[in-house]
Design a binder for this molecule. Structure first.
Ligand SMILES: Cc1cc2nc3c(=O)[nH]c(=O)nc-3n(C[C@H](O)[C@H](O)[C@H](O)COP(=O)(O)OP(=O)(O)OC[C@H]3O[C@@H](n4cnc5c(N)ncnc54)[C@H](O)[C@@H]3O)c2cc1C
Length: 405
């Protein structure tokens, strides 16, 4: 069923009886060609691009909870491609281009909003660093704009640029960056994948891998054994815990990251803003809430909730640039589990176990990567060669000590 304005009118006039469930409630089959573990954004996008780009059949996504219950539905919705290093920038730019056409591709309103992102500069050294970054972005085909304090004052008149504790000395803007409604991305990919025949199996936890003579044959799940020609791990914050079941120890630690949303306000914040003298960033949702976050809780954890010291730190950052926020009431706060890799870049690679593949290490920036991650992981799974934009994201970089990622 295609969604369209006409369809909405027709359903409104006929009692909304024609809507169908967005995806089927699939029963696990005995064997699949591709079994993707993890129904987050990355797992669903992988399944979708496997079917769409590579014509793959017999694909399943297995999810221990529900679609959208992980980080894909917990993040602060920011998308951008303002990366510095050559191994990263083309990948994230590819992702931003995919975001730009995503709603037409999926026939789903994911509320892609290119409202722009601005990284504030508070010192001359920081301006040098951001100038370098902006040049690297432009060389890689992305957009970047070094804004003066005057330009910033014009666009964001509520920012105190002069007598603040951390005066604003300019900023690096990416006007094509912005926000996307996070759980709509999960639902959109799930629906589009389902329409291409992908089985989406919720409430099905992977409990172990069946590995014989160095080859992965399938997985033991809470709903029984499922065999597969290729098994693809894609569980973000649970990567360490899952791969330990295949006796793999990853260069990844799991940490909590918290996010916050205030009561709804009239439109005051036209884009995403990040503070440069601490870890704080914010935007305004379409419902009016100020959505913001900051640093990780600095200890290892698999809990989807955080602690108060980081709340204080984040609120200090907020007050440093937006003193007006001090009077706004906080509505909700929550946490997600981040798969922090040791060099801050992700991994999309085959493992040393035949037919077992790995996608993870997204740190706190994997939402923006969702389309490109699915695209490149599907390419790897279908062809057994890394996609040209993901050649830097392999396990062997840790053994070789490469530091250009
Ligand atoms: C508070 C917060 C703010 C963030 N803000 C941003 C942002 O603004 N921009 C940005 O780019 N990124 C952001 N991120 C990071 C981003 O959300 C993640 O990097 C990304 O969503 C991870 O990929 P995913 O969507 O596939 O993960 P998930 O949605 O977590 O998917 C993994 C799935 O695997 C499932 N799973 C785990 N173990 C098993 C098992 N054994 N069997 C079956 N299924 C299993 C989980 O239930 C989960 O649904 C933020 C994250 C958080 C928590």
């Amino acid at each position: 069923m295609r969604y369209s304005g006409l369809r909405v009118i027709k359903e409104a006039l006929t009692g909304h009886k024609g809507w169908k469930p967005t995806w089927r409630d699939a029963t696990p089959q005995n064997h699949y060609d591709f079994l993707v573990i993890g129904g987050g954004g990355h797992g669903l996008a992988t399944a979708y691009y496997l079917a769409r780009n590579h014509g793959a059949k017999k694909i399943a996504v297995i999810e221990k909870g529900w679609i959208g219950g992980g980080n894909v539905g917990r993040n602060t919705t920011i998308v951008r491609s303002n990366y510095l290093l050559d191994g990263n920038e083309p990948f994230y730019e590819h992702s931003l281009k995919l975001w730009e056409g995503l709603e037409q591709d999926l026939n789903y309103n994911a509320m892609v909003s290119q409202r722009g992102i601005l990284n504030l500069v508070h010192s001359d050294a920081q301006r040098d660093a951001f100038t370098r970054r902006g040049n690297a972005m432009i060389l890689n085909g992305a957009d970047a704009d070094l804004m003066s304090t005057k330009d910033i004052q014009k666009r964001y008149p509520f920012l105190n640029v002069t007598d603040a504790r951390f005066p604003i000395k300019g900023g690096l803007a990416q006007h094509r960056g912005g926000t996307v409604r996070h759980d709509a991305v999960a639902w959109g990919y799930a629906r589009a994948a389902d329409q291409l025949g992908v089985d989406i199996i919720q409430n099905c936890e992977v409990l172990g891998f069946r590995i014989e003579s160095g080859k992965c044959l399938g997985v033991e799940t809470s709903r029984g054994y499922i065999g597969a020609s290729k098994v693809a791990s894609c569980v973000a914050g649970s990567s360490g815990r899952l791969m330990a079941k295949a006796e793999m120890r990853l260069p990844i630690e799991s940490h909590v990251l918290q996010a916050f949303v205030t009561e709804g306000l009239k439109p005051i914040l036209p884009g995403v803003i990040t503070f440069g003298a601490g870890h704080f960033y914010c935007s305004q949702s379409d419902k009016g809430g100020i959505v913001f976050g900051g640093d990780l809780d600095g200890y290892n954890s698999y809990a989807q909730r955080g602690n108060l010291p980081v709340v204080e730190d984040v609120c200090e950052g907020a007050m440093a640039i937006f003193p007006m926020l001090g009077r706004v009431r906080l509505l909700r706060m929550w946490g997600g589990i981040m798969d922090m890799s040791m060099d801050g870049s992700p991994i999309i690679d085959q493992t040393h176990i035949d037919s077992l593949y790995f996608n993870g290490g997204w740190c706190y920036g994997g939402f923006k990567a969702t389309p490109a991650s699915g695209w490149c992981y599907a390419h790897l799974l279908a062809t057994d060669t890394p996609h040209e934009f993901a050649t830097a994201f392999r396990f062997d970089r840790f053994a070789k000590g490469q530091n250009d990622r």
